[in-house]
Design a protein around this ligand. Structure first.
Ligand code: SF4
Ligand code: SF4
Length: 428
């Protein structure tokens, strides 16, 4: 037994053991279902192994010797800046059902499950990826994140980032640039590495390489929409949260090479005529893969996603015009806000535009709009999205879920009916 376990009371030890058993079972079940889908590429293995290591083996992320980790709670925390300070960013937005059930005792009933899961993981202290972070970076993008930032800061070093909700004004950008300088100071304090041009250049380079490989991945999926199942793509993007960026880039390169060969040989993961679905809405964080899996188990293809645990997290590169420290920080602040399709901003036209673009690029036939219970920012936007999609003649369904498996059968029926509607036409 290790020192941490020895210091726990018997009740705490029992709670931890229960947590370990249950969370392992949920993660194992999700990974088993991912692997059971047909045509899983061989090169997907390292991504699945990463998720297995973090959620089943309960290991910390693998970093080069001596590199500390920094927990980030939104794609708006620029990974380039964390790498610039000699640390590794680890995205900690959690999809753990077991951590959620523990967090449920610490948060109000109507808080979203993602934040409850983070609070649960923090309380139980049994997942090293959470425990070992030197700093937590939490952007205040919604009420749940705001309260989470306050709660976390009472327990460990936390950087609270104030993200302006109106991104059109110049002052908003200035405010975010100042915020990033503040984050940089906190990163320097925990890593001992000051902000220098060379560090930022390194951070931008590793992320640009990852973005380049992701662009290849996106181009392949656009050109051959049935070459890869979307649940596999979600595993790739979720694994990035826990992988040193240069290693993830190499893994993605191998996957792209395999997909390219498959595409050239005329191999497809599914038939061309099955319903192609776009998933948008609240984040889909592993192990909460129930919606992507249901779509594909019930005979649909998750052809694309517009969620921040998917491609959105790495989609937009910063526009580096002024290559000074200040110029790069401004480019990162700009990238975090102006093109971002997160509905936490007051103006959400970009998201509608992006969804229209995805529908065209991936020949989408239906949209599933995912709302995590209590996630008001996404729920507010549903009506506009529905109106927009109605004009395009694309069927859409709003699906509200929580972090448990109680609603799975009901969701299965709704997803199946939606896929039937697309296949045969008719009313829901
Ligand atoms: S949904 Fe928006 S606020 Fe929440 S993590 Fe994603 S980008 Fe950040
Ligand atoms: S954006 Fe939604 S899912 Fe994310 S923390 Fe806020 S309420 Fe939760």
């Amino acid at each position: 037994m290790n020192d941490t376990l020895l210091s726990l009371s018997p009740a705490e030890r029992r709670q931890r053991e229960r947590f370990a058993r249950k969370s392992t079972a949920v993660a194992e079940n999700m990974l088993r279902r991912v692997c059971a889908l047909s045509h899983c590429p061989e090169a997907l293995t390292p991504f699945l192994d990463t998720l297995r290591r973090v959620y089943i083996d309960k290991e910390d992320v693998q970093t080069p010797e001596g590199v500390p980790t920094v927990g980030t709670y939104c794609v708006m925390v620029p990974p380039e800046l964390v790498y610039a300070h000699g640390a590794m960013p680890v995205k900690l937005c959690s999809g753990s059902y077991t951590a959620f059930s523990i967090g449920d005792d610490h948060a109000p009933r109507d808080a979203c499950p993602l934040v409850k899961a983070v609070m649960g993981a923090e309380t139980i202290d049994a997942l090293p990826v959470y425990q070992n972070c030197s700093l937590m970076a939490v952007p205040v993008t919604c009420d749940c994140k705001k309260k989470l930032a306050g709660w976390l800061s009472q327990r460990r070093p936390t950087a609270t980032l104030y993200v302006p909700s109106n991104r059109e004004r110049d002052e908003s950008l200035e405010q975010l640039v100042r915020t990033l300088y503040g984050l940089s100071d906190q990163l320097a304090a925990v890593t001992g590495v000051p902000l220098r041009y060379e560090g930022l250049e390194y951070g931008c380079r590793v992320m640009a390489n990852a973005q380049r490989e992701l662009s290849r991945f996106i181009a392949l999926r656009r050109r051959y929409p049935t070459v890869l199942r979307g649940s596999f793509a979600m595993a790739v993007m979720n694994a990035m949260s826990y992988t040193w960026a240069p290693r993830w880039t190499r893994q993605l390169r191998a996957l792209n090479d395999e997909l390219e060969q498959r595409a050239k040989a005329g191999e497809r993961a599914v038939r061309d005529n099955i319903p192609r679905i776009l998933l948008t809405g609240s984040p889909v964080a592993f192990p909460n893969f129930k919606l992507p899996l249901l779509i594909e188990e019930m005979g649909g293809l998750l052809a694309a996603d517009e969620t921040c645990m998917g491609e959105r997290g790495l989609y937009d590169p910063p526009a580096l015009v002024d290559r000074s420290v200040d110029g790069i920080l401004r480019a990162l602040a700009n990238r975090a806000t102006r093109p971002c399709t997160c509905p936490s901003f007051t103006d959400n036209r970009r998201r509608l535009y992006r969804v229209r673009q995805l529908i065209e690029d991936y020949q989408i036939q239906g949209v599933i709009y995912h709302v995590l219970r209590g996630c008001l920012v996404y729920d507010y936007e549903y009506q506009r999205m529905e109106e927009e999609l109605e004009q395009l003649g694309i069927p859409v369904i709003r699906i509200e879920t929580d972090y448990n498996e109680e609603d799975v059968e009901q969701l299965r029926i709704r997803v199946e009916a939606f896929l039937e509607l697309i296949k045969y036409g008719g009313a829901l």
